[in-house]
Design a protein around this ligand. Structure first.
Ligand code: GLN
Length: 192
């Protein structure tokens, strides 16, 4: 299969990821069903509301489909809510998550009042990016994953083979280096 990046389009800011992907000439697809997932080589789980998306993933059985693709080493990237959805453990919550990344996340970690802010963050393998945080989670236990970015002493990006999680929203900046890196670099973990 050639490269085609699916963006989970149940809820949240999937349209911004699609725009970023189209701007770099990538083939991309909105994913709401297992059939659509089958047409993709990569998957992005966007920002949004993790409790809502978790319920819907369970209800439609799409969560299990994503878990089986992850086991088959599909490159999967979760941004903000997407990283929460990929986490094995969510602090102080019984909510559903996919359990793909061996991490514990804390939701709304910068305080509910601090709705949104931007900061320069150094991402290993990519360089400095402007990170947009929107009621963002942080990783409080990296487990067996590799921390690839920190902000204010807290882990805000992790990698585990074919899996990538970022607390922030690279799709909102117009800087597409992370999307390109995900497609090329995380995508190559699939074959390794
Ligand atoms: N706070 C949201 C959640 O916990 C995530 C916010 C986001 O994706 N921008 O689901």
């Amino acid at each position: 299969m050639g490269t085609r990046v699916g963006v989970l389009a149940i809820q949240g800011d999937f349209a911004c990821h699609l725009k970023a992907l189209y701007s770099i000439g990538a083939s991309a697809l909105e994913v709401r069903t297992a059939e659509e997932l089958d047409q993709c080589s990569h998957l992005i789980i966007p920002g949004g509301e993790s409790t809502t998306v978790g319920k819907l993933l369970q209800r439609f059985g799409l969560g299990e489909e994503i878990q089986s693709r992850a086991r088959a080493r599909m490159p999967i990237w979760g941004t903000c809510m997407g990283m929460i959805m990929m986490a094995a453990r969510v602090e102080d919550s019984e909510q559903y998550s996919l359990g793909l990344l061996d991490i514990t996340v804390k939701r709304n970690a910068f305080g509910r009042q601090v709705h949104s802010f931007e900061a320069p963050v150094q991402v290993e393998g990519v360089g400095e990016v402007t990170a947009v945080f929107i009621r963002a989670p942080v990783v409080t236990d990296v487990g067996s994953t590799q921390a690839i970015a920190t902000f204010d002493g807290q882990v805000v990006a992790v990698r585990q083979d074919n899996l990538l999680g970022t607390s922030f929203h690279p799709e909102l900046t117009g800087d597409t280096r992370l999307h390109e890196w995900f497609i090329k670099e995380i995508g190559s973990a699939q074959r390794g």
